[in-house]
Design a protein around this ligand. Structure first.
Ligand code: F6R
Length: 615
C-alpha cells in the first residue's frame, strides 16, 4: 500500500526521492516523508501528514541539507492514524538511523513490549518504529555492522514487509528486505535505486532487478548485493522495463484516470499484439505449457475487486470456448474455507499490480495444494507471476489512477485470449476465426465508443451530480459489467451504487425502485440471444413501471429498448463475449464525470490505495 524509494549515487537525492514518491503516490497518500544523509554525514528527516504536496511545500520553505543517499515514503495508514508523528521514516540509534516500511509486522506488539522493557521510548503508534528500534538496538550491540543488524532484525519479523534502512555512519549504503511485499532494484551508472515498483526510478533507468521472496538487498553507488535471509548470496532476476517515464505522466490530461480511460484502445491492442498467428490465438509465453490445460477438470479464477469482475467475464468465455467448468473466487474468501482443489485444478489469478496480498496468498495456497497456477498480471517483476507456474502479461502500461480502467479492459482481453488458447489446446474449438476477428477489431470499436459517447455521458453525469444512489443491471457477461459500473461510481464519487444480475431483480432488489431512481441497464445484443435480450427488455419494463429513470446501454440499431428508455447509450455491434469491453467504457466515463462534477479528486479517492499489499 505504501510507496517506497531509495537512492544512492552522485546526485542530490531529495529531488530524486520526491520525483519517485510522486510516481508512487497512488500507492498511498495520507502522509509522506524523506530522510537524507547530507554531505557532512548528518541524517536529516522531514515527514508530513497529508498528500505529498504538503511535504514538498515544507521542503521548499525549509530545505533539508542535501546529500546523495536517501529514502522516501508515501503512506497508507495501517497502525496509527495519518499524523506527522506516524509518518515514515522512523528513527532510532539516537536519530542516526532511518527506516521506512510497507506492510504489517504481525508480531509488532510482542517486539514492542520487549523493547519497552529495555527502556525504549516510542514516538509513534506504528509497527515500523518497532522495527527501527529493534534495528537500532541490534546495530549498537554488534559494533555498527548495518547489514548484519538488518539481517538479524528481518529474521525476527513476522507478517508482510518491505523494509528500507540507512545509517548516517554509512553514507552511500541503503539496505532493504522484502517478505510478501514488493521491492525492485533500479540499476543506474554509478547510482542505484530501490522502489516499490519501477515507477519509482523509471525517469533514470529502465534496467531493473526483481528481488525474490525473503531476500535482502544492499545498494551502494557501484554495487548491488542480494542475499537470502540467511545471508547466502542469490542472483536477482534482471528485466527491462517496457515503458518509459512519459507513460507514467499525465501528459496534459485532467487526471490519470481520464488518460487511462482514453488509453484503452491501445491497452487492448498491446495485450493482443503478437498473440494472433494465422487466424488463431497463440500465446508465446504458454509455449510448451499445454499440460497446464490438459487433464484439468476445473478452473478457478481468483482475484479481488475490479479484477474479480474481469474474472467473471472470463468464466463465461473459458467455459464456452474451452469446455471446462470455471468458478470465480474472491481471493480473500478462497483460502479461508477448505476448497476442493488439487492437481486437476487450474487456478488462474488476476492482478494488475501483481502484489495484492489476498491474491498472492490464494496463489500460494493453490500451489501448496498441488494445483496448477497461471497469473494474468500487468506488472513485470511482480510477486504473483513469480509465484505462478505461468504468466500472461497484460500490456496496459502503468496504471496510476486508483480506480482501475485500462487494466480491467486488458484483463478481460487476456482472459479472452486465454479462453481461445485453451479452446485450441484442448481441442474444444474447431474454428475460432470469427472470434479472433472480433478480438482484433476491439481496439477500434472501443475508440468509437470513446469518441461517440464521451460528451453525451459527461453531460448525463453533470445532470445527475446530486444523485444519491444509482443501480446497474446486467445479464450474462453484462452482469460483471454492472458490478464494475457500480464499483467505479462508489469508489470515486462516493455515491451509493449497486450492481445486480437483471434476473435477480424480482427476487428482492426491485423493492429499491422508487420514482426517479436512476438505473443503468446493459442490454445484450438480440443477435446473440433473442431470448436473453427479451428478458432484459422485460426487466426494463418492470422497473420503468415503478418510476425508475432508465439509462440503457445497447448496441446500435436495437430499437426494442427505445419505448422504455430515458437515455440510450450506443455501442457498436460485437460478439457476445466482446460486448463487455465496449459497455464498460460509458460507465467509466460516467463515474469519472460525476466525481468531477462533485469536485472530487478522481485519481486519489478517499480511504483507498491502488495496491493493497496487506490482508
Ligand atoms: C478498483 C480497483 C480494485 C482492484 C483490486 C485488485 O478500481 O482498482 O478493486 O481491482 O484491488 O487489484 P490488483 O488488480 O492490483 O490485484
Amino acid at each position: 500500500m505504501c510507496g517506497i524509494v531509495g537512492y544512492v549515487g552522485p546526485r542530490p537525492s531529495q529531488d530524486i526521492l520526491l520525483a519517485g514518491l510522486a510516481r508512487l503516490e497512488y500507492r498511498g497518500y495520507d502522509s509522506a516523508g524523506v530522510a537524507v544523509i547530507d554531505g557532512d554525514g548528518a541524517l536529516g528527516v522531514r515527514k508530513k501528514a497529508g498528500k505529498l504536496a504538503v511535504l514538498r511545500d515544507s521542503l521548499v520553505d525549509a530545505p533539508l541539507p542535501d546529500g546523495s543517499t536517501g529514502i522516501g515514503h508515501t503512506r497508507w495508514a495501517t497502525h496509527g492514524g495519518p499524523t506527522d508523528g506516524n509518518a515514515h521514516p522512523h528513527l532510532a540509534d539516537h536519530d542516526k538511523l532511518a527506516v521506512i516500511h510497507n506492510g504489517i509486522i504481525e508480531n509488532f506488539s510482542a517486539l514492542r513490549d520487549e523493547l519497552l522493557a529495555d527502556g525504549v521510548v516510542f514516538r509513534s503508534e506504528t509497527d515500523t518504529e518497532v522495527a527501527a528500534a529493534l534495528l537500532g538496538r541490534e546495530y549498537a550491540g554488534n559494533g555498527g555492522d548495518l547489514q548484519r543488524a538488518f539481517r538479524s532484525v528481518v529474521n525476527r519479523l513476522e507478517g508482510a514487509f518491505t523494509l528500507l534502512a540507512m545509517h548516517q555512519d554509512h553514507p552511500g549504503l541503503v539496505v532493504g528486505a522484502r517478505r510478501n511485499s514488493p521491492l525492485v532494484i533500479g540499476l543506474g551508472e554509478g547510482e542505484n535505486f530501490l522502489g516499490s515498483d519501477v515507477a519509482a526510478f523509471i525517469e533514470y533507468t529502465r534496467k531493473a532487478l526483481a528481488i525474490g521472496q525473503d531476500q535482502i538487498v544492499s545498494i551502494t553507488p557501484d554495487a548491488v548485493t542480494v542475499t537470502d535471509f540467511a545471508g547466502t548470496p542469490v542472483d536477482p532476476e534482471p528485466f527491462d522495463v517496457s515503458w518509459d517515464a512519459a507513460a507514467a505522466e499525465k501528459g496534459g490530461w485532467s487526471s490519470f484516470m481520464a488518460k487511462e480511460v482514453a488509453e484503452q484502445p491501445e491497452a487492448v491492442a498491446n495485450t493482443i499484439r503478437g498473440r494472433i498467428q494465422d487466424g488463431q490465438v497463440v500465446i508465446p509465453e504458454l509455449d510448451g505449457l499445454d499440460e497446464l490445460f490438459i487433464g484439468i477438470n476445473r478452473v478457478i479464477i481468483t482475484a479481488c475487486g475490479t479484477a474479480s469482475y474481469a474474472a467473471l467475464v472470463g468464466k463465461y468465455a473459458i467455459e464456452q470456448w474451452a469446455r471446462v467448468a470455471v468458478d470465480v473466487e474472491l481471493a480473500h474468501e478462497f483460502r479461508y474455507r477448505d476448497p476442493v482443489i488439487g492437481a486437476d485444478t487450474l487456478v488462474v489469478s488476476i492482478s494488475q499490480s501483481g502484489e495484492t496480498m489476498d491474491t498472492l496468498m490464494a496463489v500460494k495456497y493453490a500451489r501448496e495444494r498441488g494445483a496448477r497456477t497461471l497469473s494474468i498480471c500487468n506488472t513485470q517483476g511482480a510477486t504473483i507471476p513469480r509465484e505462478s507456474d505461468a504468466v500472461v502479461y497484460t500490456h496496459a502500461g502503468p496504471e496510476v489512477a486508483v480506480a482501475s480502467t485500462k487494466a480491467f479492459s486488458a484483463q478481460i482481453t487476456a482472459l479472452l485470449l486465454l479462453g481461445l488458447h485453451m479452446g485450441r489446446v484442448r481441442g474444444a474449438v474447431a474454428d475460432a476465426s470469427v472470434d479472433v476477428d472480433e478480438l482484433a477489431a476491439l481496439p477500434e470499436k472501443i475508440a468509437k465508443v470513446l469518441e461517440s459517447e464521451q460528451e453525451h455521458v459527461t453531460q448525463l453525469a453533470g445532470w445527475m451530480a446530486d444523485t444519491r444512489s444509482v443501480l446497474f443491471l446486467g445479464r450474462h457477461v453484462g452482469y460483471p459489467i454492472a458490478l464494475e459500473g457500480a464499483l467505479k461510481l462508489k469508489e470515486i464519487s462516493y455515491i451509493h451504487a449497486e450492481g445486480f444480475a437483471a434476473g435477480e431483480l424480482k427476487h428482492g432488489p426491485i423493492a429499491l425502485i422508487e420514482p426517479g431512481q436512476p438505473v443503468f441497464v446493459l442490454v445484450p445484443s438480440p443477435r446473440h440471444s433473442a431470448l436473453v435480450h427479451s428478458k432484459v427488455v422485460s426487466n426494463i419494463q418492470e422497473i420503468r413501471a415503478r418510476g425508475a429513470r432508465v439509462i440503457v446501454i445497447a448496441e446500435e440499431g436495437d430499437v426494442a429498448v427505445l419505448p422504455f428508455a430515458d437515455e440510450v447509450i450506443r455501442i457498436p455491434l460485437a460478439g457476445a463475449m466482446f460486448e463487455p469491453l465496449l459497455a464498460v467504457v460509458p460507465l467509466q466515463i460516467f463515474a469519472m464525470a460525476l466525481a468531477t462534477a462533485k469536485g472530487l479528486d478522481v485519481d486519489q479517492p478517499r480511504n483507498l490505495a491502488k495496491s493493497v499489499t496487506v490482508e
